[in-house]
Design a protein around this ligand. Structure first.
Ligand SMILES: N[C@@H](CCC(=O)N[C@@H](CS)C(=O)NCC(=O)O)C(=O)O
Length: 200
């Protein structure tokens, strides 16, 4: 498989999952500004969406949408137990959580990261909403080690990445259980390896 990524953006999430699974893969770096790969290929020839992540499967098929990619990877290696089995109600709850992270946190960052000329009032509204969403993540985590159930799932690197970006963008410090959660995940070998590999 090939993962098209840009350093430290959301493509870090499937990158961590690939390493957690010990799956063979190749990284293809994409420059975030020029939208070209390090070998000079335009990203819009890889995907008309022109954003990362893109996962190219061994047969050449390309998958986009982070939340779909990570659940695909989990479903392809059921023995690793990185997502509840499809068709169960537990899986529906899991999908609910992953969708929440994707739409209420990840996409909620756009006024900070993408939109030009956002006024103070709109920015405050954005920040307040993100703070409220993160409070829901804190409640979902409770005193558990992982965000869904009592074992690591593909929702964890997504929550980890989103929480770190939230802290960085809003300057609202993560404290208590969320701070401990992020530190715990940051210490996982696959997470450290992925973060380090993207610095090279
Ligand atoms: N809907 C996509 C969004 C992915 C996304 O937001 N990618 C960002 C990096 S975190 C990106 O490449 N943005 C560049 C752009 O949208 O032009 C997904 O969930 O995978």
């Amino acid at each position: 498989m090939k993962l098209y990524y840009s350093p430290q953006v959301c493509s870090l999430v499937p990158h961590i999952v690939l390493r957690e699974l010990g799956a063979p893969f190749e990284l293809v770096r994409v420059d975030f500004k020029s939208k070209t790969t390090s070998t000079g290929v335009a990203l819009d020839t890889i995907t008309p969406k022109s954003y990362v992540p893109v996962l190219e499967l061994d047969g050449g098929e390309r998958l986009t949408e982070l939340s779909v990619i990570i659940r695909y990877l989990a479903d392809m290696s059921p023995a690793a137990g990185l997502a509840p089995a499809q068709g169960t109600f537990e899986r529906v709850r899991f999908d609910e959580l992953v969708h929440f992270i994707a739409t209420e946190l990840h996409k909620g960052f756009a006024p900070y990261t993408m939109m030009p000329n956002v006024g103070d009032e709109a920015m405050q509204w954005t920040k307040d909403r993100l703070v409220a969403r993160v409070a829901l993540i804190r409640a979902a985590l409770g005193s558990r080690e992982f965000i869904f159930g009592d074992r690591f799932t593909v929702a964890d690197p997504y929550a980890f990445w989103a929480l770190r970006v939230f802290g960085f963008l809003t300057k609202v410090p993560l404290d208590g259980s969320l701070k401990e959660y992020v530190s715990r995940l940051a210490a996982r070998p696959a997470v450290r390896e992925a973060v380090d590999a993207e610095k090279r």
